[in-house]
Design a binder for this molecule. Structure first.
Ligand SMILES: Cc1cc2nc3c(=O)[nH]c(=O)nc-3n(C[C@H](O)[C@H](O)[C@H](O)COP(=O)(O)OP(=O)(O)OC[C@H]3O[C@@H](n4cnc5c(N)ncnc54)[C@H](O)[C@@H]3O)c2cc1C
Length: 309
């Protein structure tokens, strides 16, 4: 099979949990050596092993200057490159695809490798439908954040202990320096957990209960369109057909009716929890879990419970 590279995020020098899952998944069908393209510092331990991982640490310039992508494009000739959707990862994959004239496929919900082909299931039409396809030619794959890694054996731990070579020769070609991590609020399209609220909150001053819950979870906050139209919340928080499309692992929708235009932006979420005081609210039909109740009662209780853990 083709050589495989994956884009990974690091935290304090170690692979993030989603990057470990991606490494485990890809290693189950890939050759002995995998190339890691690391966003962030790399401080892996050196233990000899039968499998190995080469590492390139990516520089800031790669995202903004397409000329600096060329050395990396050369290194990645003949590779299939995987990443988990984020603004940075999708930027990088599309730059690489444009620079190499190889195809990029995004919105991937499932894929397997079989008989020399990638068998892919991807979401289309804002997550309202999915498309199955096979490809031999595409080289750049962006996996949805809610990609199901649940049945993946945990190969990553073996790798983490066994990363023996940070390939200096490759690294020097790419003229790489560490990338500054994003600080401050979690960008909505990249968030794994999102708490969204709608007109059911009644007044912008009531948003403290939404923010408190989001803080307790480490989640980003979102809102329905009328809420941002009323200037209760900033426009970049508006999700839906005319706003940001999100695909977190968990979306908690508070006091939102579940209009089709709102669903268009959130139905890529892996698990949807709806809190609404109207048992007939349309959103309940699309929820994995529903709580019929007043947001002013439920949200503080959820926050308190989370804070006590
Ligand atoms: C062309 C077009 C594009 C649109 N694009 C978007 C879009 O991108 N995103 C978007 O969100 N909307 C969009 N809309 C608007 C959409 O149709 C709905 O009007 C909107 O989503 C409703 O917002 P909401 O659920 O916050 O408010 P409402 O419809 O007013 O619903 C409020 C909900 O809160 C519940 N509630 C009230 N009080 C409480 C309480 N105390 N506790 C718990 N629940 C309570 C109510 O039961 C109700 O279900 C668009 C509309 C059009 C026509």
């Amino acid at each position: 099979m083709k050589k495989v590279a994956i884009i990974v995020q690091t935290k304090e020098g170690q692979l993030s949990d989603s990057s470990k899952s991606l490494l485990s998944y890809v290693s189950s069908f890939s050759p002995e050596t995998i190339l890691l393209l690391a966003i962030g510092d790399v401080k892996f331990s050196s233990v000899p092993s039968s499998k190995s991982v080469d590492v390139i640490t990516l520089s800031d310039g790669l995202w903004t200057d397409s000329s600096s992508i060329e050395p990396l494009t050369k290194i990645l000739e003949g590779f299939t490159v995987f990443g988990i959707k984020s603004i940075q990862v999708d930027n990088l994959l599309s730059l690489l695809a444009a620079s190499s004239t190889q195809e990029m496929i995004s919105g991937i919900q499932q894929f397997t490798y079989s008989g020399g082909k990638y068998v892919i299931n991807k979401s289309i039409f804002s997550g309202k439908a999915s498309l199955s396809l096979t490809t031999e030619s595409a080289a750049f794959f962006s996996l949805n954040r809610n990609f199901d890694f649940s049945n993946t054996p945990d190969y990553a731990e073996q790798f983490i202990g066994s990363i023996s070579t940070v390939n200096a020769a490759i690294g020097s070609h790419a003229s790489i320096i560490a990338l500054k991590p994003i600080t401050g609020a979690i960008p909505l399209p990249d968030a794994a957990l999102v708490v969204g609220a709608g007109r059911g909150l009644k007044d912008p001053s009531n948003w403290t209960i939404v923010e408190d819950l989001a803080k307790a979870l480490g989640a980003a906050t979102a809102c329905s369109k009328p809420v941002s139209d009323l200037n209760w919340r900033p426009h970049h928080e508006h999700v839906g057909q005319t706003g940001v499309k999100i695909s977190p692992n968990l979306y908690i929708a508070c006091g939102i009716s579940g209009a089709i235009q709102h669903l268009a932006g959130v139905n890529g979420s892996r698990i949807i929890v709806v809190i609404n005081n109207d048992p007939e609210a349309p959103f309940f039909k699309h929820a994995d879990y529903g709580i019929v109740g007043d947001v002013n009662d439920i949200l503080p209780r959820l926050t308190k419970k989370l804070q006590s853990h």
